[in-house]
Design a protein around this ligand. Structure first.
Ligand SMILES: [Zn+2]
Length: 72
């Protein structure tokens, strides 16, 4: 599990068994949820930061963080 930084203007979108960051006004383009490089929905790993694209990203209310889980 890994903490994910939420970035203004982006949402998280589940595609198949992976969760990507997408822009609020254009969810047809995939971004890495860790480094926000533009990537492809087919990518299982970000070519920029080399992290695997997580299965899910969920909000952890106890410490107000977003957590990436799965596909480590
Ligand atoms: Zn990345």
């Amino acid at each position: 599990m890994e903490i994910v930084d939420v970035r203004e203007g982006y949402l998280f979108k589940i595609v198949g068994d992976k969760t990507f960051a997408v822009q609020e006004n254009n969810d047809g383009v995939a971004f890495c949820p860790f480094c926000y490089s533009q990537i492809d929905f087919a990518d299982g790993r970000c070519p920029c930061c080399q992290k695997n694209i997580p299965e899910i990203i969920y909000f952890h209310g106890d410490d107000q963080t977003w957590i990436a889980s799965g596909n480590e």
